[in-house]
Design a protein around this ligand. Structure first.
Ligand code: ADP
Length: 378
């Protein structure tokens, strides 16, 4: 027997009895209340936890279908089945459109139980979906919070470590300068290692601080001339460009919604890498953009050493590098910063292999008119 707590919206005691008999016959253990007025209905649904509402279409004092409005107002998800005399197809469709689960004719009571079972099953599925959506929302919030905590930790740690580290770096340097050659050769080597290690740690801590600062401020998206941003990035990289003899080509690049100083950082990091990781040929860098729906897709490609396919995701992780310091200098922070900035703009970043060797970094940004993408993800 399936327990069923039903609310019957009905004015005819004979029909009430018929409904009860039909349900009991098909294995329902029914408990029920009956009402035929709006006030009675509202009072009852506020107090009783009903599994189902079986409503006559037309009552002398009230339209049974109005029950749907009351349920919506009260924010209750209880399935409503219209149980009625002749209704006509058009009205039946209308009832379903308004939110009833089904319509059952009084002279076809055999259909009532299957209809109730289906309504209960649909309600169970709705609840399951709501629960999993809520669980998902909770997990997203938890993840965002733990991300914020982690970011805060990285910021505080890198900020507070700077001062003691400065002491270590200054004094090991002082020691190296003052006492070089005063002990034996071994001691000189140790002093050099200590000073070098302290300097490297300082660089790492400063990079970590740079990385966590990206997340500290809200992104202010505004129409930004990306051509000017690229020119600024190239001006900042002038020394590296001249030294390497790099050739930089740019095709028409558009206005996008972005935070100008953060976008400069993205271009600067990508172009610097395109120059740094060159092969035997002098670096050749191409900057282009292509409209893809509501977004612009930028591409910064080079003719350099390329990136193996199985490592194309890893390189965006903070401090992840594919080469030793002896080969190419750097700390492995540049791409992690690019990823953080682009994602805070509501875009994505990835790398593709170039057909003739080299790499092509791509990222998306909202186009100028898509102001709805005011992404300020923390
Ligand atoms: P860094 O440049 O300081 O090493 P990044 O985060 O900018 O740090 O890059 C991470 C790694 O990704 C680099 O060490 C390098 O191995 C690889 N990489 C980045 N850009 C390129 C590129 N244009 N060509 C080849 N490898 C690259």
């Amino acid at each position: 027997m399936t327990k069923l707590h039903a609310l019957l919206v009905e004015d005819d005691p004979v029909d009430v009895e018929q409904v009860r008999i039909a349900l009991s016959k098909d294995g329902f253990e029914v408990t029920s209340e009956v009402t035929d007025t709006a006030e009675g209905f509202t009072r009852l649904i506020r107090t009783g936890a009903y599994d189902i509402i079986l409503a006559d279409y037309k009552l002398p004092q009230w339209r049974g279908m109005d029950a749907l409005d009351v349920l919506r107002r009260e924010n209750l998800d209880i399935p409503v089945i219209v149980v009625t005399g002749y209704l006509g197809e058009e009205r039946a469709v209308d009832c379903i459109k308004q939110g009833a689960t089904d319509c059952v004719l009084k002279d076809r009571m055999g259909r009532l139980s299957p209809s109730v079972r289906r309504a209960l099953e649909e309600k169970r599925l709705r609840k399951e979906r709501r629960d999993s959506e809520m669980e998902l929302a909770r997990k997203v919030e938890e993840l965002a919070r733990s991300n914020r905590d982690l970011e805060q930790f990285a910021y505080v740690a890198s900020h507070d470590l700077q001062e003691p580290l400065r002491m270590v770096a200054n004094y090991t340097q002082l020691l190296t300068e003052r006492y070089r050659g005063k002990f034996d050769e071994q001691a000189d080597k140790y002093l050099h290692y200590a000073a070098d290690g302290a300097l490297r740690m300082q660089a790492l801590i400063q990079d970590l601080l740079k990385f966590s600062r990206v997340g500290k401020h809200q992104v202010e998206l505004r129409p930004t001339e990306s051509r000017a941003i690229v020119e600024q990035a190239l001006a900042n990289l002038q020394a590296a460009i001249q030294e390497s003899g790099a050739l930089v080509e740019r095709s028409a690049i558009p206005v996008v919604m972005a935070d100008p100083s953060q976008l400069t950082q993205v271009f600067q990091n990508l172009i610097a890498n395109a120059i740094k990781f060159h092969g035997v040929e002098p670096p050749k860098v191409q900057i282009a953009a292509e409209k893809k729906g509501e977004q612009w897709e930028f591409a910064v490609s080079d003719n350099g050493i390329g990136i193996p396919a199985d490592q194309q995701q890893d390189i965006f992780v903070i401090f992840r590098r594919l080469h030793g310091r002896g080969e190419y200098d750097g700390n492995g922070i540049g791409l992690a910063i690019c990823k953080k900035i682009v994602e805070r703009h509501g875009g994505q970043i990835w790398v593709e292999a170039q057909a003739g060797g080299g790499s092509c970094f791509k990222f998306t940004l909202p186009a100028e008119h898509s102001r709805t993408t005011q992404a300020a993800h923390a």
